[in-house]
Design a binder for this molecule. Structure first.
Ligand SMILES: [Zn+2]
Length: 222
């Protein structure tokens, strides 16, 4: 007969013996990051900076410094990437996660460097896990190293988590599938980008000028 009142084991404290020691699990709070980031971005875009500052505290709580440093290489033009993101509605074609336009995250990191830290090489200990989990990237379905090209039909929107797992593998080798393009209104918060850049006073920065130009060019051609 079980002893009444004995403490139940805490599931969160169990150690998974099969877990690879080099992989540090994300904190669960990070799962609501896209909503939180959307709320912060909307507050900044609406000029409600006090509200945005308060909201930013919520994402700071889920920051979990950990793990190795991998630097994501971006070799495609901004315009081609934007074309792919808008075509795929900023949805990861491998896991169907809503992704966020990286320049939006970068503006928010500029405004809230302590809560949403960013390091230019994406060093894990200095970069918010939201970048790794939710940032939109373009992935070569057939990797360049395996003979793939950078034609748009070999490119899909991928969250960085899927992108960093996929690397040089083919879809079949990973037993993955490519989900069809989603019919959704999600825009990766790119619709707020212009207002965010303005609110942050970042319009003169080359990085943002490049992405703004790409976003405007592709939006105009749609
Ligand atoms: Zn994904």
């Amino acid at each position: 007969m079980p002893r009444l009142g004995s403490p139940k084991p805490l599931a969160a404290m169990r150690v998974n013996k099969d877990a690879r020691p080099d992989i540090v699990p994300m904190v669960t709070e990070a799962d609501d990051i896209p909503d939180s980031i959307a709320e912060i971005a909307r507050a900044v875009a609406a000029g409600k900076l006090d509200l945005a500052q308060n909201l930013s505290v919520r994402i700071a709580a889920s920051f979990s410094p950990a793990s190795p440093s991998i630097s994501p290489a971006i070799k495609l033009t901004c315009e081609l990437q934007v074309r792919v993101f808008l075509r795929d509605r900023f949805t990861c074609r491998y896991c169907r996660r809503n992704t966020v336009f990286i320049p939006v995250l970068r503006v928010l990191s500029r405004l809230y460097p302590a809560e949403l830290p960013y390091q230019k090489n994406w060093r894990w200990s200095e970069t918010h896990p939201a970048y790794w989990k939710y940032a939109a990237s373009c992935d070569h379905v057939v990797p360049v190293a395996r003979g793939g090209t950078s034609a748009i039909d070999n490119l899909v929107t991928s969250c960085y988590m899927c992108n960093s797992v996929k690397q040089q593998w083919l879809i079949d080798e990973l037993h993955w599938q490519i989900f069809p393009m989603q019919n959704t209104d999600w825009d990766g918060l790119s619709g707020l980008y212009g207002a965010l850049v303005e609110a942050a006073g970042a319009g003169a920065e080359l990085y943002h000028r490049r992405w703004m130009r790409a976003l405007q060019a592709v939006s105009a051609s749609h």
